[in-house]
Design a binder for this molecule. Structure first.
Ligand code: AKG
Length: 230
């Protein structure tokens, strides 16, 4: 598995590691001015949609706006939604180049989420759909107001059965015990970059909970590598 490599001269980011979890967090990776400009540009130029999912025959609008940008042929299904790619906007294409240089990985797709206020949120999940290349990291850029990003070990990891749990990973019986795998929170602020490296999606889930006091919007961009045609 290739290591994500920062180019010479770039700060390497703060490592956050737990059994099965490998993160790097760059606080204010973008200057506040650049982050401000990008937030405005993306809010205006991205074709945001409010998708809806069907559960037990009823339509539920997602509590956020989204857009899937990707190279041709890189469709993506999650929560039963088939995402047909939009072409890269100029701001997103520029960011992709910078992140590829920082990470030493190519990204062919981008999921954008727009949380309009604190009632918008994202439930517990892992980014482990079959289309996603499990060897590639996911680079997540946050713009706008700070929101909590919660992490917890998975209760039933979806993984190849032959793969043993990492050392120190909780068993079903000690899931709630204090351990290096206790759920925790990261506040992701304007211009922060979070790199989620393998095998994090196999063993951990993440969520952006509702925060009713939050009034301002937050944008989140996750750059990904999908395997076309899967
Ligand atoms: O908004 C975030 O920080 C997380 C987004 C996320 O979990 C996702 O796009 O899968």
């Amino acid at each position: 598995m290739a290591e994500a490599v920062a180019p010479a001269g770039a700060a390497p980011g703060r490592r956050i590691e737990r059994p099965g979890l490998r993160l790097r967090h760059w606080s204010a990776w973008l200057t506040p001015e650049r982050a401000e400009t990008l937030e405005r540009q993306l809010a205006a130029e991205v074709p945001w949609k409010q998708e809806a999912i069907t559960l037990y025959g009823r339509r539920h609008p997602l509590p956020r706006l989204t857009c899937w940008m990707a190279d041709p042929g890189c469709g993506y299904r999650y929560s039963g939604l088939e995402n047909v790619p939009e072409p890269w906007s100029s701001a997103a294409a520029q960011l992709r180049q910078e992140l590829e240089a920082l990470c030493g990985w190519r990204f062919n797709s981008l999921l954008l989420n727009r949380y309009r206020h604190g009632r918008d949120a994202m439930g517990w999940h892992a980014d482990d759909e079959p289309e996603l290349d499990p060897a590639a990291p996911i680079a997540s850029l946050s713009l706008g107001t700070s929101r909590d990003f919660r992490l917890r070990p998975r209760t039933s990891p979806r993984r190849p059965p032959a793969l043993p749990p990492p050392e120190g990973y909780p068993t079903a019986s000690d899931h709630t015990a204090a351990s290096p795998c206790t759920p925790f929170n990261l506040a992701l602020a304007h211009g922060d970059l979070l790199l989620m490296e393998p095998p994090s999606q196999l063993w951990w889930q993440h969520a952006v909970p509702r925060q009713l006091r939050v009034q301002r919007q937050r944008l989140n961009l996750t750059f990904r590598m999908v395997r076309p045609g899967r």
